[in-house]
Write a protein of this length. Structure first.
Length: 227
């Protein structure tokens, strides 16, 4: 069984004081709609757990009901850190879950094809992490912004979501993170700490995350291009 965990419990601190960005309108639909719709359309995904802020529980339920997202089988509160939100989501997964797909609700450009690619990778290798090759020249700088060195970009990747991992492996990885009392930024980092190899899945398109108000206009234009 494949279960997706959608993270929609962020504080939206960089959105200029706006309400929870997950419910901001993007071409007439809430931002969160697009991630849920992609998962609903992905045949490999059988269930979805939505992690949202406690104060947005009503909005989340209204969205799921209004758009008829039948795969959303559970909702739960977010935690203090991203890893706590993921762990809350893992607790709501069906015990029959073999693979967990973790996706940021603020990445509306995700497609069923990309989701499926990460699932296929996790089925074979244990992990499937969406990522894009770094194409810009990367500089390392000191505290005064003077360049220390130019970093070899040929082996660098920008990691995104979905991040898909075999369920037992992900639970073990996050259990260790919590036991060690550290903070990690994504599932890949948690799994790496176990010494397990992490496999990247190249994203064949822009998979932007909505972080600032300017990102909304950019993503709207990209969605229109797909239509």
């Amino acid at each position: 069984m494949v279960t997706a965990i959608v993270l929609a419990a962020g504080r939206s601190s960089r959105m200029g004081g706006r309400a929870n960005k997950q419910f901001l309108k993007l071409l007439g639909k809430p931002l969160l709609y697009y991630s849920l719709a992609a998962l609903e359309s992905c045949a490999a995904v059988e269930a979805v757990v939505l992690v949202r802020r406690p104060d947005c529980a009503g909005q989340a339920e209204e969205l799921v009901r209004g758009f008829g997202f039948r795969k959303v089988v559970a909702m739960t509160d977010g935690g203090l850190e991203r890893q706590n939100s993921v762990c809350n989501g893992l607790e709501q997964c069906d015990p029959a879950t073999e693979i967990a797909v973790v996706h940021d609700g603020a990445r509306p450009l995700v497609t069923p094809t990309l989701i499926d690619m990460t699932i296929q990778s996790a089925s074979v290798h244990g992990t499937g992490i969406a990522a894009t090759k770094v194409t810009d020249t990367i500089k390392e700088a000191d505290e005064n912004r003077f360049v220390v060195r130019t970093v070899d970009r040929t082996k660098l990747w920008a990691v995104q979501t979905p991040q898909t991992v075999r369920f037992p492996l992900l639970r073990e990885a996050y259990a260790k993170v919590l036991a060690d009392g550290i903070v990690v930024t994504d599932e890949a980092a948690a799994v790496e700490r176990l010494g397990h190899k992490v496999r990247l899945v190249e994203t064949p398109f822009l998979n932007l995350k909505i972080t600032t108000p300017n990102d909304l206009a950019t993503v709207e234009a990209l969605i229109k291009q797909r239509a």
